[in-house]
Design a protein around this ligand. Structure first.
Ligand code: ZN
Ligand code: FE
Length: 263
C-alpha cells in the first residue's frame, strides 16, 4: 500500500480541492478550500484529521473557505501554508513559505514551488514521494490560467518549472476546464494524435461523471498547447491567426494565451 492517498473534493461549479493524506499518521492537508463543509465531509468520510491548508493563490475560489474551515477545527490544530510574498492575501496564513522550501505534512514532505503569472504570489505544492504536484490555476489539464498579475515570459518560466518535474508526476489542478482546453488545443494542432486520443479519453471520463484529473507531466507535454511552443504546427496555427505574433517561444505563448482568452 502506498503511504499516501489523494482525494478529490468538488467545490463550487468546477473547482477542485484535494485532500492529501499521510497514511502513516492519518493526517491530511487540504489544497485550496472554498466550501469548508464539503471538505470537512470528505475528511470525515475518509477518516482523516485535517492539520494543514495548502493555499496555492489568493483568489476567492481557492482560499474563500480558509476561515470557515479553521473555525470548525480545534484552535491551533491547523497550519495554513502560502507564499511568503503573498501573506497579506492568504486568509489565516501561519506558515510563510519561500520558493523551494520544504515542509512536513505528517510523514510526507511537501515543497513550495513559486510559479507566478496567474497571480504574483502563486505557488505549487510538490510531494516527491507521492509523485504529485498541485498546480492551482497555473497549469491546468490541457491549458493554463489567465495571466492576471504577470506576463507571458513569467508564465513560460513558471510552466517550465512544472514541466521539469518527472514525466510520471501526477498533476492535480484547480479547475475542471479540461474539455474546453482540449477543444481549443485541437484548433491549433489538428494533427496531434496524442491530443486527439486524449479528447476521446476525457470525453469518456466526463460522460461517466468522473473527473479528468489527475493528468501527468508527460501527457501535458504531449497535448497542452502552453507547453508546446516548439510544435511547428502550433506555431504556424498561432501565427496564421495572429500575424502580429513573433516567432520566439514567449511571443507564441503570449499569442496562444490571447487566442484562448477569446475562444
Ligand atoms: Zn485563480
Ligand atoms: Fe480559480
Amino acid at each position: 500500500m502506498d503511504n499516501w492517498r489523494i482525494v478529490v473534493v468538488d467545490q463550487l461549479m468546477d473547482n477542485y480541492a484535494y485532500l492529501i493524506i499521510d497514511e502513516r499518521s492519518g493526517v491530511a492537508g487540504v489544497v485550496d478550500v472554498v466550501e469548508a463543509d464539503r471538505v470537512l465531509g470528505a475528511a470525515e468520510r475518509e477518516g482523516v484529521r485535517i492539520v494543514a491548508i495548502l493555499s496555492t493563490h489568493h483568489h476567492f475560489d481557492h482560499v474563500g473557505g480558509n476561515e470557515e474551515l479553521l473555525a470548525a477545527l480545534p484552535p491551533g490544530s491547523v497550519e495554513v501554508f502560502g507564499f511568503r510574498g503573498d501573506a497579506e492575501r492568504i486568509p489565516g496564513i501561519t506558515r510563510l513559505l519561500e520558493d523551494g522550501e520544504d515542509f512536513a505534512l505528517g510523514s510526507l514532505v511537501g515543497r513550495a514551488v513559486f510559479i507566478p503569472a496567474h497571480t504574483s504570489g502563486h505557488v505549487a505544492y510538490y510531494f516527491a514521494e507521492a509523485g504529485a504536484v498541485f498546480t492551482g490555476d497555473t497549469l491546468f489539464a490541457g491549458g493554463c490560467g489567465r495571466i492576471f498579475e504577470g506576463d507571458a515570459a513569467q508564465m513560460m518560466s513558471s510552466l517550465g518549472r512544472l514541466a521539469a518535474l518527472p514525466d510520471s508526476t501526477l498533476v492535480y489542478c484547480g479547475h475542471e476546464y479540461t474539455q474546453t482546453n482540449l477543444n481549443f488545443a485541437a484548433t491549433l494542432e489538428p494533427s496531434n494524435q496524442a491530443l486527439a486520443q486524449r479528447r476521446r479519453d476525457v470525453a469518456a471520463l466526463l460522460k461517466e461523471g468522473r473527473c479528468s484529473v489527475p493528468t501527468t507531466i508527460a501527457l501535458e507535454k504531449a497535448t497542452n498547447p502552453f507547453l508546446r511552443t516548439q510544435s511547428a504546427e502550433l506555431r504556424a496555427s498561432v501565427r496564421e491567426r495572429d500575424p502580429s505574433a513573433g516567432d520566439d517561444p514567449v511571443s507564441i505563448l503570449a499569442a496562444t494565451r490571447r487566442l484562448k482568452d477569446n475562444y
